[in-house]
Design a protein around this ligand. Sequence first.
Ligand SMILES: Cc1nn(C)c(C)c1CC(=O)Nc1ccccn1
Length: 330
Amino acid sequence: STGGAVATPEDHDVEYLTPVSIGTPEQILNLDIDTGSSDLWVFSSETSRSEVKGQTLYDPSNSSTAQKLEGYTWSISYGDGSSSAGEVYLDTVSIGALTVSSQAVEVAQKVSSEFTSDSNNDGLLGLGFGSLNTVQPNAQKTFFDNAMPALDSPVFTADLKAGIPGRYNFGYIDPNAYTGNITYVSVDDSQGFWDWTSPGYAIGSGSFENTTIKGIADTGTSLLLLPSSVVSAYYGKISGAKYDSTQAGYVLPCSPTPPDFAFGVGDDGAAIVLPGKYINYAPTGSSGTTCFGGIQGDSGIGFAIFGDVALKAAFVVFDGGSKTLGWASK
Ligand SMILES: Cc1nn(C)c(C)c1CC(=O)Nc1ccccn1
């Protein structure tokens, strides 16, 4: 089997939302597919009313295939401080033509303000490794883990794009979605993430800097979070760029277009190039002269995060069979 669906960017490509069908008859929710976590949770009829602002709600009582897991609960908090918690049902979940008949659907009873104010986001669908799932007393499998045995190939791919819809596909690699070769790198799944190591970076037309950058491929994080040495080297090339403590990040003049940023993949010289305009993440004020940087520091996290700013420059294969990541330009 195979499947897949469109991934539509929200403003500034802060996140990408994908229609997911849940229950019988189907209830379609727009979920943030997140390779950095492993819970499938949704806004629901059980979500505290004061914490819902426009989201579509999954109502298990309207699904003939919903089965409550009595006594099961979940509670998750993300690195940015956001969180949610609730109870658990099993139900039929589909992404395009790919259906998992007994998927753990975690219904939110509480969500933090970050989720309440994100009115188009109806929940998250985690595609990290199973060890990250928060359901108690027994952890539940991800949609990908449940689907994998039936897939033509044990993979899913992320083809996110700047400002226009891209796609997540399951079970196959679309040869028309990328250029050149796919370079595969090893993954350390010991922390539950798609954790890999880039050999270094280059700024604009500059020489390649060999420096180990270990980090996660995380579709659920907006920015590219890198070691401070790399970040200061990059912004050091841009007149007027500076760290703005009020914004808690580097800001830069939106014009002229900043230099490209390339990160290495594998030991054969392959690289993914971020066009400089991807680093103009969003204007910080109404004038539009100053932009918040799409590359920021990873201090305090313990690893780099290759979020959407990086992923949207690539075609990425998440291989659950070999536990490798494949990177290609497009
Ligand atoms: C791990 C981490 N540390 N810090 C500072 C950040 C921003 C992260 C990544 C993160 O929080 N991602 C996320 C947030 C909400 C939903 C899904 N993913």
